[in-house]
Design a protein around this ligand. Structure first.
Ligand code: C5P
Length: 406
């Protein structure tokens, strides 16, 4: 069921007696790591309360189209865009008919119309209604219209709530969840925990001043996005940056190197891959003045003291993650310094870039790097940080897979 990790599932519930099973379905999907948002039809609320589903999904339940307050939270178009997939369980004959006709009479039908996400239905209805030519025709219409982006899960056959025997029972929630999981290939990092440091650190001099650097955080944030896309559970420990955090990561905001070290130690438990892309200040002011330092003579002396080396601390820790990757931004002898840091910090890999080049690096959207490991090195020509992040994550994932297999 790991395939469902990080998936954004919009679970539609329509008004049938099988709706009581939807509560269990929400629990299973959430446990598998999916982010579930429940949308109920008016009929569904006659069978199960929104409160139950809200408690189980951990998200507000959506059920009205024309509610100002609900639209101010996550409007229906936003919700339609948010979804990676729409699963409707139970899907009644009435709801299926409305979907086939392209109606948008309430929130759930409108969302299906407004979303490009794949649609999966777990039908539940009386066996005669299931067998009805109109129901079957409606299902064919939906299948034709949505192609590969449509599938039916069930229905099951057996004794029905009304006493009839035949096809029309909703599949059990565990079966629905496994059928859904089968639709997705596991990502390269599915089941892995990844911790990434990113951005600069700020080292306070006094209450208003600090020492910092030009790191934008773009490379680390792109790596976080690529790791999430590969199915990992990602914690992003970030210094102060001006870019938004990618979706679906756990963001830990930090300021100084000391903060970043504490956050790294606190989150490294069970981590498979630790990536240190932060530009950590090597030194911090030995004393932080309690009051703003006043202008005085022509010169001022600052005494700096060495910061802890975060990645080296993690790489030499008793609970060392299986793979620890560092970054090296160099202006001269990139090769020599990168190899030196690989060894001295006890890293498995180091990504080196030449920041003396004006076309790439700190604030740029592009980068060109060389990845060093004990076994050798690999060049990555200039490309966008987004694409580079995807390629680097693939390489790290390959190393993790090899470690697991040997
Ligand atoms: O600053 P330096 O070139 O040594 O950085 C190399 C690597 O070490 C980078 O991955 C950086 O994130 C990490 N580092 C760290 N803590 C420090 C200094 C650097 O984790 N105090």
């Amino acid at each position: 069921m790991l395939q469902l990790a990080n998936k954004r599932i919009l679970l539609g519930i329509s008004g049938g007696i099988a709706a009581y099973k939807s509560a269990e379905l929400v629990r299973i999907l959430t446990k598998a790591g999916a982010n579930v948002r429940v949308v109920m039809t008016q009929g569904a609320k006659e069978f199960i309360t929104p409160l139950t589903l809200q408690a189980l999904s951990g998200n507000p339940v959506h059920h009205t189209l024309l509610d100002e307050e609900a639209e101010a939270g996550m409007g229906h178009i936003e919700l339609a865009r948010w979804a990676d997939l729409i699963l409707i369980a139970p899907a009644t004959a009435d709801l299926i008919a409305k979907l086939a006709a392209g109606m948008g009479d309430e929130l759930l039908t409108t969302l299906v119309l407004a979303s490009k996400a794949p649609l999966f239905l777990a039908p539940a209805m009386n066996q005669q209604m299931w067998a009805a030519a109109t129901t079957q025709q409606n299902l064919r219409t939906l299948a034709d219209l949505k192609g590969d982006d449509f599938a039916l899960f069930g229905p099951d056959s057996g004794v029905q709530a009304c006493g009839d025997v035949g096809p029309g029972r909703m599949l059990e929630p565990t079966d629905i969840a496994s059928l859904l999981a089968q639709r997705f290939q596991p990502g390269l990092l599915t089941g892995c925990k990844v911790v990434i440091t990113a951005g600069p650190t700020r080292e306070a001099l006094d209450p208003v001043r600090y020492i910092s650097n030009h790191s934008s955080g773009k490379m680390g944030y792109a790596l976080a996005q690529a790791a999430v896309d590969a199915g990992a559970q990602v914690t992003l420990i970030s210094g102060p940056v001006r870019i938004p955090a990618p979706d679906r990561v756990t963001l830990v905001n930090t300021i100084s190197a000391q903060d970043m070290l504490e956050a790294s130690l606190a989150t490294m438990g069970n981590c498979d891959l630790f990536i240190a892309s932060a530009a950590v200040a090597d030194y911090r002011p030995a004393n932080v003045a309690e009051q703003k330092i006043k202008k005085a003579g022509d010169e001022i002396q600052l005494t700096l003291t060495k910061n802890p080396d975060i990645v080296a601390t993690i790489a030499n820790h008793q609970q060392r993650p299986a793979t620890v990757v560092g970054f090296a931004a160099e202006t001269t002898d990139v090769d020599g310094y990168a190899r030196g840091k690989l060894a001295s910090k006890n890293l498995d890999m180091i990504v080196a870039n030449d920041v003396s080049r004006s076309d790439i690096g700190f604030n740029s959207d592009d980068n060109a790097v060389t990845l060093y490991s004990r076994e050798g090195h690999q060049d990555f020509e200039r490309m966008s940080k987004t694409l580079l992040a995807t390629k680097l994550i693939q390489t790290f994932a390959e190393r993790l897979r090899n470690l697991r297999e040997h």
